[in-house]
Design a protein. Structure first.
Length: 185
């Protein structure tokens, strides 16, 4: 269920960030945009609350592939009581790290699309977070001749692009291990 009161949710996140920066001694400034103005211009995120962070310590948030940014998003989603499948409603960025990564993913999707069309062979991306996989799936939604699927397990989960209607390899050992089949989009 989407956030009913954007202003109240933004205030809760602001209180959390104030405590974090004050207690942690972090030199960060943040701007929270909630509601219609928080929307992703590229349509790759379904965000309703967007938190932009900057300052001398912002680089700490983007180290290790933005791991701390993702952790802050997770905590903020819990604070505003979002269900797991709704966590992409809250999005944090620092020094345009995620915005640049979204552009990279979009360009990678275009390159992969050309490659799959040219070779008629599947293309596998490197493992990535669930949010980035979702962004890739959304980047491919306008390619009527291509299909995407997530494959792998846990931290090794990745996106594969196929020509539409292509035969996909059956996951080995699915019946005996009880693993779920890959999700398609």
């Amino acid at each position: 269920m989407p956030i009913a009161d954007h202003a109240a949710a933004a205030q809760k996140i602001a209180a959390f960030l104030k405590t974090l920066t004050t207690t942690g001694g972090l030199r960060l400034k943040y701007r929270i945009t909630a509601g219609a103005g928080a929307g992703d211009p590229d349509g790759l995120e379904a965000r309703e609350i967007y938190v932009e962070m900057a300052g001398p310590d912002a680089v700490l948030l983007t180290q290790r592939g933005g791991e701390l940014l993702r952790a802050l998003e997770h905590i903020a989603a819990k604070i505003v009581r979002l269900e797991a499948e709704e966590h992409d409603i809250v999005s944090f960025d620092a020094n345009n790290f995620k915005a640049l990564r979204a552009r990279e993913l979009k360009l990678a999707a275009e390159t992969a699309a050309e490659r799959v069309r040219g070779t008629s062979q599947p293309y596998s991306f490197a493992p990535m977070s669930s949010r980035e996989r979702r962004m890739l799936h959304l980047a491919f939604r306008d390619y009527a001749d291509l299909e995407t699927e997530s494959s792998g397990e846990g931290l090794r989960r990745f996106v594969v692009v196929y020509p539409k209607g292509a035969v996909r390899p059956k996951p080995s050992g699915v019946a005996s291990s009880g693993l779920r089949p890959s999700r398609r989009m």
